[in-house]
Design a protein around this ligand. Structure first.
Ligand SMILES: *[C@@H]1O[C@H](CO)[C@@H](O)[C@H](O)[C@H]1NC(C)=O
Ligand SMILES: *[C@@H]1O[C@H](CO)[C@@H](O)[C@H](O)[C@H]1NC(C)=O
Ligand SMILES: *[C@@H]1O[C@H](CO)[C@@H](O)[C@H](O)[C@H]1NC(C)=O
Ligand SMILES: *[C@@H]1O[C@H](CO)[C@@H](O)[C@H](O)[C@H]1NC(C)=O
Ligand SMILES: CC(=O)N[C@H]1CO[C@H](CO)[C@@H](O)[C@@H]1O
Length: 561
């Protein structure tokens, strides 16, 4: 029944649904930096995540549009997790068929979530390989990190195929660094040796946050989520606040850690995220989501999504450092993850993703032909994507220009959402030196949505202040913290929180933001584009979105009902 398909050939054909394959276009090639250390023992335990087909996805999408459209009577009428559950919960038939299939293989150690659309089961490698014909589980190692994945694509029987979106725990090894980059690239840019660097005081000055702009007394909270083998160090956070937090009221402790913190040294990524969301979103209780995967066979990002579907009480704003190339992920996976973002959005949760640190990216299609390489979830239409900027004059708090690493571009998977059509078309008409259209997809979701400084940050790590940290994972928590402050002010006025921000953000047409108009980000080093991706321009652009926050002005704009 299972013809062997060679998945290393780029699948340029239309989305055929080959019998048995749920993720026909998932990249199953193991990246070279992962070492195969042998087959998994037949009796070894694995944890698989079954994404069951949901109901009412269309209604979910329409609901999200209504609750996030400030001109709708339903604006801010968010759903509880219970209500989301009654909307999307898989049909009884779907639940029955999947459970029966698992039980017929002796798999009974399963846990579900409030929305019933994920099922996580423990089983042995031997049973998993029978359950999912084609799968072959191996151990893989990279830099001391050990993971279990399948070396070949899996299939499912025809009668369960229509009841599942995908099975998690077989593919998708954790990307290196934030966007496939090594963390050492965080420390790039030592060329400007004299720079005093970005600190909370510099950010608060640039974005016009006064000492009074801190969180007040209400049940407001924010979170950062990161999925590298890193942990943040409470001692570093405390020290960071002692060094850099003198001028504003802040918390020095994380309210809650969800997941298991890794061992070893504190990671620069984790330190950066937590130190900066707590500097703009100052005096707001902050949660830290970290590697919720408890087992080598689990996918940490997916585990985080599963958690969201199982927790009724969550922070309103989440900033996330996770991204992978769109072309390495199956459409089935991305579509389903996108639905998970909608589930968060209808609950009033704002999700902010870093746009990536490779500019427009570059994918080698053939020897002669390259194209840009969009990143997911940055390219999801249901998240707010944050790009990066740098000061025009490195020695002063001047205006901002493009940071050349700032991720941006057009999705090849998600079509352009209504909220951005007009302004993206306008950009494509006026932009000077637009790259050839063979490099990007004009009909796709364009990102980022906004930006903030992403260059030359100070971070405290392993008790020492460390300069020159850069990346859009710096700008994202900075924007996230400010969104939390605005949520706090809205709660104070008895208004609903902002939830999924984009429809409203695009209606502001740049009000409340500093427009970034200079500079281009990087892309393919080939003859045609010579390293240039897109360039910033007046109004929205696919490098810095609408621009960077001018807090008091953005607050005013977003406090109107
Ligand atoms: C979801 O939460 C319930 C209740 O707290 C728990 O029993 C269940 O194991 C959780 N599901 C998963 C997949 O962790
Ligand atoms: C905010 O900052 C800008 C530039 O730093 C400044 O020109 C402006 O007057 C400040 N205040 C407000 C309320 O926008
Ligand atoms: C900081 O937050 C606490 C509640 O967590 C609140 O009571 C206090 O007023 C806030 N501080 C300022 C300066 O607003
Ligand atoms: C361009 O994007 C659309 C979605 O907007 C997609 O359907 C189409 O396949 C994409 N084209 C390419 C060449 O990837
Ligand atoms: C999301 C969040 O922070 N919720 C908190 C609201 O307040 C209650 C009672 O203090 C806490 O238990 C929740 O965690």
């Amino acid at each position: 029944m299972n013809t062997l398909l060679t998945f290393s050939i780029p699948l340029l054909c239309s989305p055929l649904v080959w019998s048995g394959y749920l993720e026909y276009n998932q990249d199953v090639l193991i990246p070279k930096d992962w070492k195969d250390v042998g087959r998994v023992h037949p009796k070894e335990e694995l944890h698989l995540t079954f994404a069951l087909k949901q109901q009412n996805s269309d209604l979910l999408e329409r609901t999200l549009r209504l609750v996030s459209d400030s001109d709708s009577a339903h604006y801010g009428k968010y759903l509880t997790l219970e209500e989301v559950s009654s909307l999307v919960r898989p049909s009884d038939l779907t639940q029955k068929v999947v459970r029966h299939w698992l039980q017929s293989h002796g798999i009974t150690d399963c846990q579900t979530v409030s929305t019933r659309d994920f099922l996580q089961c423990a089983t042995t490698a031997e049973t998993a390989e029978i359950l999912l014909p084609g799968s072959r589980f191996h151990h893989y190692n990279r830099d001391g990190l050990s993971q279990i994945r399948s070396s070949a694509p899996y299939t499912v029987p025809d009668d369960v195929h229509q009841h599942l979106d995908f099975v998690g725990g077989l593919h998708r090894l954790p990307p290196k660094g934030r966007h496939g980059l090594s963390t050492s690239s965080l420390k790039a840019d030592e060329k400007t040796g004299l720079h005093l660097g970005v600190t909370p005081a510099i950010l608060r000055a640039r974005y016009n946050l006064t000492a009074a702009d801190v969180g007040g007394p209400h049940n407001n909270s924010q979170a950062v989520a990161q999925f590298l083998e890193q942990y943040y160090s409470p001692a570093d956070l405390a020290e960071f606040m002692t060094f850099f937090g003198r001028s504003f009221k802040h918390h020095s402790l994380v309210e809650r850690v969800v997941g298991t913190q890794g061992h070893g040294k504190a990671g620069v990524e984790a330190s950066l995220d937590i130190e900066y969301i707590m500097s703009t979103g100052a005096n707001i209780s902050t949660w830290f989501f970290t590697n919720p995967g408890r087992h080598e066979s689990q996918e940490p990002f997916l585990q985080w999504l599963v958690l969201l579907s199982n927790m009724s009480d969550l922070p309103w704003v989440h900033t996330i450092s996770y991204g992978d190339d769109e072309d390495s992920l199956s459409t089935a996976y991305m579509m389903r993850v996108n639905t998970e973002f909608m589930k968060a959005g209808v609950r009033g949760i704002s999700l902010l993703f870093a746009s990536g640190d490779s500019g427009a990216g570059c994918r080698h299609l053939t020897k002669e032909q390259n194209s840009f390489r969009p990143s997911f979830p940055a390219s999801s239409p249901y998240v707010t994507t944050v790009g990066g900027t740098t000061f025009k004059n490195a020695f002063e708090i001047t205006y901002e220009v493009t940071h050349y690493i700032s991720g941006g571009g057009f999705s090849n998977v998600f079509k352009m959402p209504d909220y951005q059509v007009g302004v993206v078309d306008a950009y494509l008409k006026i932009a000077k030196a637009l790259p050839p259209q063979s490099y990007f997809n004009v009909s796709g979701r364009a990102y980022p949505d906004m930006a903030a400084l992403s260059d030359n940050y100070w971070v405290v790590m392993n008790r020492f202040p460390m300069p020159w940290v850069s990346g859009t994972s710096a700008s994202t928590p900075v924007v996230g913290g400010m969104m939390s402050l605005i949520n706090g002010q809205r709660l104070l006025k008895g208004l609903p929180v902002l939830g999924f921000l984009n429809p409203r953000l695009y209606k502001l047409k740049g009000r409340g933001l500093f427009d970034v108009m200079e500079g281009c980000h990087l892309s393919c080093l080939d003859e045609q584009v010579q390293g240039n991706g897109f360039c910033a321009a007046p109004s929205w652009d696919p490098v810095t979105g609408w621009g960077t926050p001018n807090y008091p002005s953005l607050l005013n704009a977003l406090l109107e009902a």
